[in-house]
Every structure is written in structure tokens, then in C-alpha cells.
Design a protein around this ligand. Sequence first.
Ligand code: ARG
Length: 432
Amino acid sequence: MNWVSRISKTSVALALTLGMTSVAVWADTIVITADRMVDVSQGKMIKRAGIIVTDNIIAAAGELGKLSVPANAKRIDLGDATLMPGLMDMHVHLTSDATRHGYKRLEVSLPRAAITGVKHAKATIEAGFTTVRNVGAPGFADVALRDAINAGDVEGPRMFVAGPSLGVTGGHCDSNLLPYEYDNYSEGVADGPWEVRKKVRRNIKYGATVIKFCATGGVLSKGTKVGAQQYTFEEMQALIDEAHLRGLTVATHAHGTSGIKAAIKAGVDSVEHVSLLDDEAIVLAKQHGTYFSMDIYVTEYILGEGEKAGILEESLNKERIVGKTQRENFKKAVDAGVNMVFGSDAGVYPHGDNPKQFARMVQFGMTPMQAIQAATINPARLLKQEATLGSLEEGKLADIVAVPGNPMEDMSLMEKVGFVMKDGRIVKQYAM
Ligand code: ARG
């Protein structure tokens, strides 16, 4: 084979831009094969499948018999396994430690949290999540972690990051653990339309690529009512308008019905938790095309391990109220055809355990295919990244994972990801 034809277009373009025509980067072609592959765009399983990867791009994917595999391609056969796009979790806190909640969190400095994030990023990608949306981190620790991952200093998923979450004084996104003489509040606190606009601008200035705000009270915050709305409609409108103006999408924490509806009407892109939802909220979400990110596994960790980890008694009581209702409402939203994305809230529970939610999503109303779509193509659409992420199709980035066996028959196999490729590079490869 002529050497020129082995150089990918991107490599040539790169060499030319850098003025290095004599130092051409050679294209590597790999073909990954397995007994099955999930086609998330068509919602079907392909038998005896292959994916041709050139550099970091998917050159072709589909039934192996129909692919023209270049003779020089390196082959990786995974056997009785299922290939699928790299998984995407739309609700993580990589710099949060699941063993430290409540007052135990106050012992952790910002630099310490950022370092813990390094360990969590590795655990997350090894569990098969090649992309995450980090929806809240004090001190822009998530920005630092993303930049370290992108620079190749540490291993981790592609990160979309929010920086500090925005919230009202004393609300779920504030820090309410200390009495007033400590004058302690979270960095994302902003009240009133212009203050929230300014906070959005500040978050963007320091590297945020999504905006997160707290529309209602929450489970783990001290002194907030889980169902009560916190931001006014006017504040939400200003905040979302500002983010959209700058080309960023917006996620809102919302458990309570009125907060969920107000945020949807104000144009939010995704609602997180969505626990106490009513029929009108479902209709509104469908009308507006809003995504729901419902963390229906975490309740088991909070009620099982939470006390040991320092979760406050009042939070455990709030969890007893929302956990069960959230699961019932998950089924309603799925049945109604709301856009659903996988969001785990890992950080509240251990990073790397994210995939435990898949089996629950099927138990509480999704088909296995819907659950996999919720963690691949749907998040790519929510993030407006479907041109490069979310499915195994020609031209997309080579973010590929595989699980042993067939997850359509047993969703807990999603907890056993054995092969991970991110951006054309193999991060993990076990014999499956
Ligand atoms: N971060 C969320 C909060 O504090 C966790 C909620 C977890 N509970 C649940 N059932 N999803 O409100």
C-alpha cells in the first residue's frame, strides 16, 4: 500500500496546518469486532458486527460481512460481547466523595477535592462512561480536572462542566451548615435577575461549558424543603436567557412540582431529579422538548450507607419521601415519551458505580434499548453534540465500549464494561 493513502485526512490537515509536510502523522486503522453491536439511532441490535476506527474517528460500523475492512487494519475481536457507543452520564460530581457528606464535607479543602476528582475520573471512564456532565463543583475544580484530562495529564472522561451551581441565598445550592457568624455561603449564590446573569457570565469566564442552577430545595442540603420552589420564574428566565445567549445549555436541580414547571416554561434544557412531578409537568416537558435526568438508583445508597457517610437525619427523612415517588414518576415520564437521559448523581454514591442505575431504569419502566439510548444518543442531543458523539456512525469520534454477553437479556451486564476506547485510544481491555 502506498504510504500516502494510509494517512488520514485529519493527519494531513494537521501536518499542513503545522507546516510539517515532511513529518506526516501515520493513520492507524483498527477493526473491533464482536457478536453484537447496539445501533442506538435505529434502536436495534446488529449481530456479528464490526467498527472500523481510523485514528480517532469511526470510519464505518455495522454488520461485519458488509464492511470493507482494510487489509492492514489491526484486529481486536471481543467475541461474545456487545459493542455500544461510549456511555454518557449527565449528572455527576467528580470532585465529590461519597463517603463524606454533611459536616464531613467541611473537612475537605478545594484542592483536596480536586485531587480526589482525579481518582474519580479514572473510575468513571473505566466503568464505561467516556463523557460526563459535571453539574456543580466549588472552586472550578471541575474545570481544572477537565483541562488536566484534555492535556493528557490524567485519565478520565470527556467533561462538560458547570463550575459552581447557581442558587438562592440559603437554598439547596448554598452551604447552610454553619451559623451566621461564620458568614459562609457558596460561590454560586445569586439573587435577582441581574445577579444571576452576572454569575452566569462569571462561570463562563472561568471555563464553564454548561450552567446548573437549583430551582427547588433538595434532599442533602440542610434546612431546605425538598418540594419548595426557590428561584422565581423571573430569575430563571434571566439565568436561562443569559446562558442561551452565550450558547450554553442549562440544567436545573428540581424535585418539587412548581419549580419543575417554572423551569420548563423558562426554557431549561434538562431537569434533574424530577421527583414530585405531575401530569401537567409531563405535558410541558413534551411540548418544550425538555430532557429529564432522573437519578433513580442513588436512593438505595443514601438510605443504605448514608448515615455512616455523614448524611444528616433530616436528609434521610427527605429521601424517604422522594425516593419512592421519583421511581413511580420515572415510569410515567417514560410511558409518556418524555426525552430521557441517564443522570446518576455519582458523587453522592461512589464513582464507578454509575452503571448500577441501568438495571433500575429497566426495572422501573424502560426497555433495555431505551436505557442504553438514554446514556448515548439522547445525551448527545441534549448537549448538542450529536455530530460527534452518541452513536457508532461514520464520522463520529471513536468512543466505544463493550460489555460481555447481551445486556438486552440481563441489564446488570452494563456493570461489567470490559472494553473502553475514548477518542480512538484504548483505555481498558479485559479478556471478556
Ligand atoms: N443531590 C440530590 C439532592 O440532594 C440527591 C437526591 C437523591 N435522591 C433521589 N431520590 N434522587 O436533592
